[in-house]
Design a protein around this ligand. Structure first.
Ligand code: GDP
Ligand code: MN
Length: 335
């Protein structure tokens, strides 16, 4: 009922739980959506829910990014969904094309072979550009330069709990750099040499690895990668972290190895291992209270107090099906 939620909003706001749009110190943050012109239906599904659950109270701006220019139909469809400021950006061509050192024949062959083996998105070149873009470039887009934090949202995802506080203020106040809701293991076929590449990077760059890094949660008993990662279709993160020298060095190192094209390295394991190398555990946050669904996985709060304003089933939380989140939580328990 809209009246009740208005009342709740008013009460919470009086209690100072909200930092309003006009309040000084409001975080410089944006909702970032990489999308195609054909994603109108998916965003018509997602944005009204995101507004209702969260953003109508906070009015954070949206930045839409695309590898080709957005058309008028897309823009006017988005303008109908929110009163927040919207901007529409095109990705610079050099961030969405083969870098000079890639052997295109080798890349073509790798895709063919992965397609034959039925590896998910194995045959797709656009998907690879997308993963590389999210891994190393989105935070450098001119439209994001004025912001310090971002919230990644995708077409078709669902937000299933009211979010009555400002997660960006939470991130800033608590000095967090990376926030997630779901952890899952990656398909090894998409990243056969990623871990070895990261290990080599670590050996060669000891001085920039954080002394309190969290690599431990990603190592299995044999010391190799357990394939766990933060599922990056949901992220609330610090843009400064991704723009940092250490992360840039790491991304450039991976990019030179060519695994975005010769394999199918995803931005999720790439971000996660970057977070693991460069951030201490205190700077990572599990948003257990944010109900979130991206087919086929979801996060739904188990804590009854957090369940009150949700429309999801906690028994369906992905954290019950794999051990990745436990590895993360263990890390916090082992203080
Ligand atoms: P999945 O979640 O791994 O299945 O991949 P998605 O298809 O959801 O793609 C991830 C994100 O990138 C979504 O926000 C998509 O809208 C976006 N995306 C994927 N491919 C392209 C592309 O070729 N062009 C553009 N502009 N966006 C893309
Ligand atoms: Mn997706």
């Amino acid at each position: 009922c809209s009246k009740c939620s208005e009342t709740k909003t008013a009460v919470a706001s009086k209690q100072g739980r909200f930092t309003r749009n006009s309040a000084p110190g409001k975080v410089k943050a944006a909702i970032v959506i990489l999308a195609r012109n054909s994603d109108i239906d998916g965003l018509n599904h997602t944005i009204p829910m995101f507004e209702q659950r969260f953003n109508h109270k906070f009015n954070y701006p949206y930045v839409f990014l695309n590898d080709v220019p957005f058309n008028e139909r897309f823009k006017s469809a988005m303008r109908k969904l929110t009163t927040s400021k919207l901007s529409f950006g095109t990705v610079p061509t050099e961030h969405w094309s083969y870098p000079s050192w890639i052997n295109v024949t080798k890349a073509d062959e790798a895709r063919k072979s992965m397609e034959k083996r039925d590896i998910i998105y194995g045959g797709s070149l656009p998907y690879r550009h997308m993963c590389r873009y999210n891994s190393g470039f989105f935070f450098r887009h001119p439209l994001l330069q004025e912001y310090d934090y971002y919230w990644r949202v995708e077409p078709w995802v669902e937000f299933t709990c009211d979010i009555d506080y400002d997660p960006f203020v939470f991130m800033k106040t608590n000095n967090k750099d990376y926030g997630f809701t779901i952890m899952v293991p990656e398909y090894i076929e998409t990243i056969p040499t990623l871990w070895d590449t990261v290990e080599k990077f670590i050996e060669e760059h000891q001085q920039i690895i954080h002394p309190k890094n969290t690599l431990k949660m990603f190592r299995n008993d044999q010391g190799s990668y357990n394939l766990c990662h933060f599922w990056s279709n949901f992220e609330i993160g610090s843009l400064r972290f991704f723009r940092s020298g250490a992360y840039s060095k790491y991304f450039d190192y991976l990019d030179k190895k060519g695994g975005f094209f010769y394999e199918r390295w995803g931005d999720a394991p790439v971000h996660s291992l970057g977070v693991a190398m460069f951030l201490p555990r205190e700077k990572i946050h599990y948003f257990e209270d944010i109900g979130y669904f991206h087919n086929p996985f979801q996060n739904c709060p188990a804590n009854p107090a957090l369940q009150l304003r949700c429309s999801c089933n906690p028994k369906k939380s992905e954290s019950l099906n794999n051990d990745c989140l436990n590895r993360y939580l263990e890390l916090y328990r082992s203080r």
